[in-house]
Write a protein that binds this ligand. Structure first.
Ligand code: FES
Length: 122
């Protein structure tokens, strides 16, 4: 595990996303209902940034919607929840320490989920 600081928590809009670049990987840091997620910032259907899409609940899952054709991606797993995308995008573990947001793009298979409420515990 190699968490690296990517941004300040206040830089990420609530129910929105911030695009960051980490180790040559484009990552969307997303806040939704108090939780913080990190997801690959390239749609699996075509190469457009997911960070420009809406963050919303879809079918009970926290998602980010691709603005081009409307596929939503589960922020917890990277799986698309609707067509036309059929392939998942990568997701990364997130750690929030005070105002600082850390992401580990080297993690293998670990799904991220860090609550902003975890800040007090770190
Ligand atoms: S480019 Fe994202 S759904 Fe088509």
């Amino acid at each position: 595990m190699a968490f690296e600081r990517v941004c300040g928590l206040s830089e990420v809009p609530e129910d929105g996303a911030l695009r960051v670049e980490l180790a040559d990987i484009d990552v969307a840091v997303v806040r939704f209902e108090g939780d913080v997620y990190a997801i690959q910032d390239v749609c699996s259907h075509a190469e457009v940034p997911l960070s420009e899409g809406d963050v919303e609940e879809f079918g009970g899952a926290p998602t980010i919607e691709c603005w081009l054709h409307g596929s939503c991606f589960d922020l917890r797993t990277g799986e698309p929840t609707n067509l036309p995308a059929t392939e998942p995008v990568d997701v990364y573990p997130v750690r929030v320490d005070g105002e600082d947001v850390y992401v580990d793009t080297h993690a293998d298979g670990t799904r991220p989920l860090a609550s902003a409420d975890d800040r007090a515990a770190n």
